[in-house]
Design a protein around this ligand. Sequence first.
Ligand SMILES: [Zn+2]
Length: 90
Amino acid sequence: MRNFMRRIQARWAVQSHRRPLGAVDDSGLEAVLGEYGLVRKMRRSELKCKYCGEPVARSRIYALFRESGAIKVVCSNPQCIQGLLERWSK
Ligand SMILES: [Zn+2]
């Protein structure tokens, strides 16, 4: 897990349940956003951080993960990243 987190710094991660699916690069992020219909939501500022609730712009997306069938977004706010790390370390 530690190696994984090091790898995704300044990148993005997609997680299913508690298991990370892997880090994705720019084009991977694009594909995920497109696949789940998140591009439109992001343009309307409706894509909100799971932890702070603020709209997340593409440049501020830190990670994506799946929860109850929906894709959740975490922004690059250090407190939000901390929340994500705590979730993944459980
Ligand atoms: Zn946030």
